[in-house]
Design a protein around this ligand. Structure first.
Ligand code: PLP
Length: 441
């Protein structure tokens, strides 16, 4: 089979050569750099599609790493954001809309008894951890291997699988994501593999009395959408209660996406603190830290410090009000999940016809595609697996007008606009079929 007509990236390549002189790697977020000749510069997005500056059109399953839950440039949310603009921006004072949006969040997420706003997922999780430390008077915390909670120092610890002996019972070494993270912080961070009940119990037995919090993404939005067993999250809840540790469920990716009440609602596990960001305002920058009243009241003078010049910015807040109204009052989330199911079924049809063994992780609105009979149970499983087929396929998909993350750890994200535009599904499946055949060559 001959390859597909390659995308023309002439303008993106020229833009890269200019941009790299002013912006490190030519981008504003390191993860947007895909190589000198594959880094894309966007012209605009609308609905479930993105157009680059060369005029190439992509069905977009990255959606800005998840925020565009309704689709890019949603008319309803953008009109609300314009109304927010008329309010005036930021005042170093509060507005009535903060309560309106907080009430909506509390209605959708029962654990969100009290609510504070932040600007990004990183800020929200940082605030959540500080809150837990202030409330418990402890400094250490527990993370789950393969999780991602943002770019603040305390969240930048991971299990080093490079030198890890898969046969050994020894846990992998804890190392920082990149340089610049103070080594002195390392002793505060403990890691456990997802869905390993025994290690979770052992870790609590060993460190439970020193932990302020356990942070968990029950669907790991940065590790192939690997999902925790409900029983595992329940065990985490119980152990947290037994040892006086606060359970933080990080719903930055799952929140207002997998269900109105997030993954905690689906699993029926109530965290002490939870964090939201991406889908709150369809891409306008706003995040949420919320939780149990007694804990949240630790945000006070003399307690945990929280604030920020841009918190509850009038534009983002107005966008959040409209986006959450749509997610709460219309069948948008059903449309999204239904599209995800149809896409998975279509991809499976193509793969099954070629006898390619595969499985899915996560939720139809954010799923991982995995080339093995059963999906990985945790980061260790993923690391041991062969993901080269996925990587090759993703590479071809980009050339064929479908944007998914080139790294199989990032899930495919669906939006409402995908579900309303039937050509998204047919265009995607056509591209998948060709990409699979090219990968098999
Ligand atoms: N927590 C989770 C689960 C995330 O997926 C992310 C980002 O992808 C963050 C926190 C950090 O959010 P942000 O990029 O908005 O700072």
């Amino acid at each position: 089979m001959t390859g597909p007509k390659k995308r023309d990236l002439t303008k993106s390549n020229a833009q890269f050569r200019k941009a790299v002189k002013r912006l490190p790697l030519g981008v504003s977020s390191t993860f947007r750099y895909w190589g000198d000749d594959r880094t894309i510069y966007v012209d605009h997005g609308k609905g479930g599609r993105t157009w680059d500056i060369d005029g190439n059109c992509y069905v977009d399953y990255r959606l800005g790493y998840g925020p565009a839950i309704l689709g890019y440039a949603d008319d309803r949310v953008d009109a609300a954001a314009r109304r927010g603009m008329e309010v005036g921006g930021v005042f170093a004072l509060s507005t009535e809309r903060e309560l309106t949006v907080a009430d909506r969040i509390a209605k959708m997420v029962p654990a969100a008894e009290l609510v504070r706003f932040s600007n990004s997922g990183t800020e929200a999780v940082m605030a959540a951890l500080r809150l837990a430390r202030a409330h418990t008077g402890r400094d250490s915390y527990l993370l789950v291997e393969g999780g991602y909670h943002g770019l603040f120092d305390a969240a930048m610890w991971m299990a080093n699988m490079e030198d890890w002996d898969t046969q050994s019972d020894r846990d992998p070494e804890v190392v920082s994501y990149g340089k610049g993270i103070p080594r002195t912080l390392k002793e505060l961070a403990h890691l456990v593999p997802m869905n390993d009940y025994q290690r979770l119990e052992d870790t609590f037995r060993k460190y439970g009395n020193t932990l302020a919090a356990m942070l968990i993404e029950p669907i790991q939005g940065n590790c192939c959408a690997i999902s925790a067993d409900v029983e595992y999250v329940r065990l985490a809840r119980k152990l947290c209660d037994d040892y006086g540790v606060l359970l933080i469920i990080d719903e930055v990716k799952t929140g207002f996406r997998v269900g109105k009440g997030g993954i905690q609602g689906i699993m029926g596990v109530r965290p002490d603190i939870c964090t939201f960001a991406k889908a709150v305002a369809n891409g306008y920058p706003i995040a949420v830290v919320a939780g149990r009243e007694e804990v949240m009241r630790t945000f006070r003078y003399g307690g945990a410090s929280h604030g920020g010049t841009y918190t509850a910015h009038s534009v983002s807040l107005a966008a959040a009000e409209e986006c959450l109204r749509i997610l709460d009052e219309t069948p948008a989330l059903e449309t999204i999940a239904d599209y995800g199911e149809r896409l998975k079924a279509g991809i499976s049809g193509i793969l099954n016809a070629r006898k390619i063994v595969h499985s899915y992780t996560g939720h139809p609105s954010m799923f991982g595609l995995f080339f093995a009979e059963s999906p990985p149970n945790n980061y260790r499983d993923w690391k041991k697996s062969d993901y080269s087929f996925y990587d090759q396929m993703a590479y071809h998909l980009h050339d064929l007008g479908v944007i998914c993350e080139p790294d199989s750890r990032e899930p495919w994200f669906m939006c409402e606009a995908h579900g309303r535009d039937e050509t998204c599904l047919s265009d995607t499946l056509k591209a998948v079929e060709t990409a699979v055949d090219l990968t098999l060559e």
